[in-house]
Design a protein around this ligand. Structure first.
Ligand SMILES: Cc1cc2nc3c(=O)[nH]c(=O)nc-3n(C[C@H](O)[C@H](O)[C@H](O)COP(=O)(O)OP(=O)(O)OC[C@H]3O[C@@H](n4cnc5c(N)ncnc54)[C@H](O)[C@@H]3O)c2cc1C
Length: 494
């Protein structure tokens, strides 16, 4: 096979994985990244001796990273150390009562016993039924391209048999009766930008997938994974351009993409282009409308986008080892469906919230100064299609969350903070170039999944490819790493 010149736009996990895979196949690959560091949503905020992972913290399906290093003839262990987390999550109800789970079924059944013993049997049935979903949705389909409608038709009978027309919440509710436990076994679509009340039940497999391979943390933080992948890419001869925002994808007279023009005006030619930038943004802002038949501005505007996030990164000068918190915590508010309606449907900023609280120093003290504690707290909020002015709403929203944490989980929190930074939907829009400031790109609903999602090979141009959250199979590290594998196969084997 001839060595091609390939440009990758963006260095999120999808972009990095694709760049490494293509370089390992002998292509000349260059990454152009808008920001001053690699990683995209996994950007590391370094403040006063703390290293805060900006985005992903939960590593599921670690072998997908191993495969990337193997493709380059290397061992992942020589670059990155994964350690298992136990429990996987500790989930608190609105009264602060905790339910923990890990990969041990007996442990989970003991936990369920404390909430609603009658649900133990249903939980076992739920797990057994999600195996079939996992075998189909993950093992068989996650790394397959859905380029033609026929690909979709072929899997339709299985999707119907697996009840994919049900939402994850409804699916879990068939087996589990206790309302809080239903929430514990249905929140997973939120991890990839979906509403548990309308994400198809295929995403119920996330809970199964966690059990299959465990939940891991990378020592040094997820930033260490980004750094390891960046190093590997350069060892393969790849070139990285930081602070290099792509303004336009150039199209030649044969209707093939031929290169990029950066914001500084410079032009770089390529045989193939892989965009890891937001799909909506790539089509809407980088490719002139006259070349787009399917992804017109109107089509892009009509697609459904995931929620956004409000994230506060904070470090304290004291530790909170007796707080009852685990490494990964979910703190549910008094309302579940109603709050999700506010976020996804009504698009209003509610006064209550449900939070994910990350406390990585429990596993890895190296990311904070000695004797200190590092955290981030994340609250799902509507995307910028809502009428919320974050320039005025952000401060009070931050204060409400920090006061809540101080009153309920972290005594004297605000007097002990020595490092802090927050991001809101304007960050996702401005810094990461996400349409409507969505945190996970296109929302995972049935009508935007598989063939219905923007394809990994563009429907507009034969030599433009997409990797990352907005293309098939979707957001989350397993999804975006799988998209890179699909793009590699499409580019190298066709
Ligand atoms: C706060 C948060 C927590 C999360 N937690 C988890 C988790 O624990 N586990 C998990 O599996 N998933 C998690 N996710 C989801 C996961 O992080 C994302 O789905 C995934 O990282 C997205 O990767 P990507 O390949 O789509 O690229 P992105 O990370 O979206 O990166 C795209 C890159 O393209 C660059 N770019 C954009 N426009 C241009 C341009 N014009 N020119 C050049 N470069 C450009 C951007 O600067 C960015 O670096 C989380 C997401 C968020 C936001």
């Amino acid at each position: 096979m001839n060595s091609k010149k390939i440009i990758v736009i963006g260095s999120g996990f999808g972009g990095l994985a694709a760049a490494i895979r293509l370089a390992a196949r002998g292509h000349q690959v260059e990454i152009f990244e808008k920001l001053d560091k690699l990683g995209g949503r996994a950007y590391v905020h370094e403040i006063n001796g703390f290293k805060f992972d900006g985005g992903p913290t939960v590593i599921t399906v670690p072998f997908l990273f191993d495969e990337i290093f193997e493709a380059a003839g290397k061992r992942r262990e020589d670059y990155i150390t994964f350690v298992p987390c136990d429990p996987f999550y500790r989930i608190f109800n609105h009264e602060g009562r905790a339910f923990s789970y890990n990969g041990d079924e007996q442990f989970i059944l003991q936990q369920i016993e404390q909430w609603n013993p009658a649900d133990k049997e249903g939980y076992v049935k739920f797990m057994n039924s999600t195996k079939a979903i996992f075998d189909k949705g993950f093992v068989e389909l996650a790394d397959q391209p859905f380029l033609t409608f026929w690909d979709m038709l072929k899997v339709a009978p299985d999707l119907i048999k697996l009840q994919s027309y049900l939402s994850v919440y409804r699916y879990a509710s068939q087996f589990v009766q206790d309302e809080f436990l239903r929430q514990c076994f249905s929140f997973h679509p939120l991890l990839i930008g979906g509403n548990p009340f309308d994400a198809p039940s295929i995403y119920a497999m996330i809970h199964y997938l966690e059990r299959e391979w465990g939940i891991h943390y990378a020592l040094g933080g997820t930033g260490a994974v980004v750094a390891g992948m960046g190093r590997l890419f350069e060892e393969l001869g790849g070139r990285i351009h930081l602070n290099a925002e792509v303004d336009e994808i150039l199209v030649d007279e044969n209707k093939r993409v031929s290169g990029i023009r950066l914001a500084d005006g410079s032009v770089h030619q390529a045989d193939d282009i892989v965009s890891n930038a937001d799909v909506a943004l790539t089509y809407r802002h980088m490719i002139p409308g006259q070349y787009r038949r399917k992804y017109t501005d109107r089509k892009v505007e009509r697609m459904k986008y995931s929620m956004s996030l409000f994230v506060i990164y904070f470090g304290t000068k004291r530790q909170y080892r007796d707080s009852g918190l685990a490494h990964h915590n979910i703190i549910l508010g008094p309302r579940y469906k109603e709050l999700l309606d506010d976020i996804f449907e009504k698009k209003v900023l509610a006064e209550d919230f449900s939070l994910y609280l990350h406390m990585p120093t429990l596993t890895d003290p190296s990311i904070a100064p000695e004797g200190h504690e590092a955290f981030y707290v994340l609250s799902p909020v509507p995307h910028l299609g809502a009428e919320i002015d974050w320039t005025t709403a952000a401060g009070p929203y931050r204060d409400a969350i920090m006061q809540f944490l101080e009153d309920n989980y972290l005594p004297d929190l605000q007097a002990n903070i020595v490092a802090e930074h927050y991001v809101d939907p304007l960050y996702f829009q401005g810094a990461l170039n996400s349409y409507l400031g969505s945190a996970f790109s296109l929302q995972p609903v049935l009508t935007q999944s598989a063939w219905f999602r923007p394809h990994n090979r563009s429907e507009e141009f034969q030599n433009l490819y997409f990797v990352g959250a907005g293309t098939h199979p979707g957001a989350g590290l397993p999804g975006v790493l799988s998209s890179a594998k699909i793009a590699e196969n499409l580019i190298c084997d066709n």
